[in-house]
Design a protein around this ligand. Structure first.
Ligand SMILES: Cc1ncc(COP(=O)(O)O)c(C=O)c1O
Length: 420
């Protein structure tokens, strides 16, 4: 069951007074001139705003290429396809190796497409189970096998040590996530990936606004793939960004978002329509001007939540590593039922009755979902993931929330526990 579907019964019964999320959009007067120009030009796609947006993001992230796509999911799918992992040929991060992500080899690339002989996925990608389902979906769509591993309970991200322990000769890539906007250890993961000559793909869907060692997250991996959907800090409506330093991978994504057609109408491989429309690119381009403010507002709200909720027994918080600054795409707490005196679900229901919308990310975790359970032996218990998914509660955060709302939500939580 999806997070959206899960949250409906309570919402339907009680009017939502405090929505979980509202998009952080630039003022309409800043957007309107761009929309007018786009509509007057008749150029709704593949136009100047896309180019300006991609250039601005590449500068902001400090990467050679920021390729805009229609969603993070499509970006992840194209990245795995571009790395040609199904054929085990990717050497994009192999030190000194020539990058083989060639857009000029249509026959060899499409030979990696599913055939009747290729029933079993040939390669494995190590990925946390405590993440959003789009991550493993992009792997499975490329006929690769997700290998789910546990996360660190404090950061809710995978650690380099856990990833290193999971590498086998069948591993073809390492996937990680900046969960809830909390940066994962990109440098440590890159070291593990480089030691095993594997590409590192980071699901940076939550990453805009997050910082690590004084820089926005986005560099340092084979690719980091961002989402620009309405729940994120930088919003395009729908959209994604593939950030990479690899010229060949970037060229592949540019071609892949365009059906594999380089303009000759002779498709070089089977691609998709993964383009970002001009109205979306213009919205996100203006959004970059307010990104710092949007992130600062979330950090203030997160501090407020933390300050008030730390007085309650049994409430846990996501920990940022030293040098890392979460953007708080989500503000997620854990609720220990024994210490707090009530379960996460009881708190969630009580808040819903008061019109306060929350989410229970990620319940069920990926390794227990219908689409992915076949890839996981349930005897291999992911204890932290199971615990987090039953205890984690994401609270309202964003432009619709102020200090008063934080106080109200915290009081509503406190009223359910022992301390009531
Ligand atoms: C961690 C994570 N990865 C990927 C995605 C998919 O992003 P998109 O909706 O842009 O495809 C999401 C969506 O929220 C997400 O939370």
């Amino acid at each position: 069951m999806s997070q959206e579907v899960q949250s409906r019964p309570a919402e339907a019964a009680n009017a939502i007074r405090v929505p979980f999320v509202r998009p952080a959009l630039p003022p309409l007067e800043r957007l309107r001139p761009h929309f007018d120009a786009i509509l007057a030009s008749g150029r709704l796609t593949k136009g100047p705003y896309l180019e300006r947006f991609e250039g601005a993001v590449a500068d902001h992230l400090g990467v050679r290429h920021a390729v805009a796509v229609s969603s993070c999911t499509i970006g992840l799918m194209l990245v795995y396809r571009g790395l040609d992992l199904a054929a085990g040929r990717c050497q994009a991060v192999r030190p000194g190796g020539a990058c083989p992500v060639s857009v000029m080899e249509p026959s060899s690339r499409d030979s990696a497409a599913p055939t009747s002989a290729a029933r079993e996925p040939p390669g494995e990608v190590i990925i946390p189970s405590f993440t959003f389902l789009a991550g493993p979906a992009a792997i499975v769509w490329n006929r690769l096998r997700p290998v789910f591993i546990d996360v660190d309970p404090a950061s809710t991200n995978v650690t380099p040590e856990a990833v290193a322990a999971a590498v086998t000769p069948r591993t073809v890539a390492i996937a990680a996530c900046h969960n809830f906007g909390n940066p994962c250890d990109v440098a440590g993961l890159h070291r593990v990936a480089a030691a095993h000559r594997l590409p590192l793909v980071i699901d940076a869907a939550h990453g805009f606004g997050a910082r690590q060692n004084g820089r926005p997250v986005g560099a340092g991996a084979t690719a980091q793939v961002f989402s620009l959907s309405p729940t994120k800090l930088l919003v395009a409506g729908e959209g994604g960004i593939v950030a990479t330093d690899c010229d060949c991978l970037a060229a592949f994504i540019r071609l892949g978002r365009e059906y594999g057609n380089d303009g000759s109408y002779d498709a070089k491989f089977s691609g998709v329509n993964g383009r970002m429309p001009e109205l979306s690119a213009a919205t996100a381009l203006e959004g970059m001007a307010i990104l710092g403010e949007v992130a600062a507002h979330r950090r203030r709200l997160a501090d407020g939540y933390r300050h008030r909720l730390s007085r309650l027994a049994g409430i846990g918080f996501v920990r940022e590593a030293s040098g890392s600054l979460s953007c708080h795409k989500d503000f997620s707490i854990t609720i220990d039922p024994a210490e707090f005196g009530a379960t996460r679900d009881a708190v969630r229901s009580s808040l819903a009755l008061q019109g306060i919308e929350t989410r229970s990310y990620y319940d069920p975790p990926c390794h227990r979902q219908t689409a992915f359970a076949r890839y996981h032996d349930l005897d291999r218990v992911l204890a932290v993931t199971d615990s987090l998914s039953s205890r984690s509660l994401s609270l309202p955060i964003g432009p619709q929330v102020d200090d008063g709302v934080v106080a109200e939500v915290c009081e509503a939580i406190a009223a359910v526990g022992h301390d009531r």
